[in-house]
Design a protein around this ligand. Structure first.
Ligand SMILES: O=C(O)C(=O)C[C@]1(C(=O)O)C=C[C@@H](O)C=C1
Length: 358
């Protein structure tokens, strides 16, 4: 993908980038008062505001719709700050462009559907408006990238991704699971793509937003889109996850900044020493995994000759239970051991199936 560098198209008021504004634009007064307060922080590089809101249940507040576009735009014009809203179809795109909205985002529930994304991309042909794409609700990195590629193919080069977490049945303590590993994979596949974090949708509760922001910075994300409302308790959508502008300012200023590359000799020497040891441990792990796979390969024919199933439930439950207990005594997290052995077991089974078919 041909992607323009983030700060070529969005002048930052602060770094990391901060986009903030209400979940929904509810009235001219609410938008303007929120924007006035946010502008006073001197931190906000763009105002966000939802105009068309995709809600889980019918009967919830679904946004003011088109009339709210001009309230959002007016707030931006007053403070000379670009404004961004969510679009979910070609009609939204046309209306947003006509109202002079400066940037667009595509929501998680739209990113999941290539038909919707293609419609939006077609409607954007011939423009060079910046577009940010939220991750699909489920952790499918190729679908996320696919949406960005559709926009890129339509000529949009001012692109970015928004990591807003992933739906999980009973996610705790957050509303959406961060699954940071999906971000690592996105970075690997598209290293030049700006990625910002939406801690409001991950956290779901305003008191957890600082913690999520710090994690995002620790991992090297480029900025944030955070929901902020002048009076969160009166918000018509997502009241629990919106911060007052004053509190947003406190949260942002408390963050500790990090850089991927640090130019300090002692730091580099210490890092290299520890990485050398990690390399050695990894080599041992790989040798052991290779031995485990060899044993799995040897077990396959024994089962085949005796018409036994490859998957052995009782043995597998015992393995898992026993390894978790061993892990506990080595101070390893239960989940780490669980996931690790799930993976080893999966490949052990795969190799037995493959071996049998060869
Ligand atoms: O014990 C076996 O039967 C194996 O094939 C090994 C193994 C494992 O990898 O640990 C793999 C498949 C079975 O479901 C149970 C355990």
């Amino acid at each position: 993908m041909e992607i323009n560098a983030l700060y070529d198209w969005l002048k930052p008021k602060s770094k990391p980038l901060l986009i903030a504004g209400p979940c929904s634009v509810e009235s001219e007064e609410q938008m303007m008062r929120t924007a006035d307060s946010l502008a006073r922080t001197g931190l906000v590089s763009a105002f966000r505001g939802g105009v068309w809101k995709p809600r889980t249940k019918p009967g919830s507040f679904e946004g003011i719709g088109s009339p709210a576009l001009k309230w959002l735009k007016a707030a931006g014009t007053k403070h000379q700050i670009p404004v961004i809203t969510e679009v979910a179809n070609a009609r939204h795109v046309e209306e947003a462009l006509e109202a002079g909205i400066d940037m667009l985002w595509i929501g998680a529930r739209t990113t999941v559907n290539p038909f919707y994304v293609q419609d939006i991309a077609d409607a954007l042909k011939g423009t060079d408006i910046p577009v940010l794409v939220k991750n699909p609700i489920h952790p499918e990195v190729k679908l996320w990238l696919g949406a960005l590629e559709r926009l890129n193919n339509a000529g949009i080069q001012k692109l970015g991704a928004i990591h807003r977490g992933f739906y999980a049945y009973q996610s705790q303590p957050f509303r959406n699971e961060p699954k940071w590993e999906v971000f690592f994979e996105l970075r690997r596949l598209a290293p030049d793509l700006p990625v910002i974090c939406d801690p409001s949708h991950i956290a779901g509760r305003s008191e957890l937003i600082g913690e999520v922001c710090q994690s995002a910075l620790d991992l090297g994300m480029d900025g944030f889109m955070i929901e902020s409302h002048i009076e969160p308790h009166k918000a018509l959508s997502d009241p629990l996850q919106q911060l007052r502008p004053y509190d947003l300012d406190l949260v942002y200023r408390a963050l500790e900044h990090r850089d991927e590359a640090i130019d300090d000799e002692r730091y580099i020497a210490k890092l290299e020493e520890l990485r050398y040891q990690i390399d050695k441990v990894d080599a041992e792990i790989l040798k052991l995994i290779s031995r485990r796979q060899e044993l799995a390969k040897a077990i396959g024919p024994v089962k085949y000759e005796n018409q036994a199933t490859i998957f052995q439930m009782k043995r597998w439950f015992k393995v898992l239970e026993n390894r978790k207990a061993q892990g506990l005594s080595l101070d390893l997290e239960d989940e780490l051991v669980h996931e690790l052995f799930q993976l080893l077991h999966k490949y052990s089974i795969d190799t037995q199936i493959k071996n049998h078919h060869e």
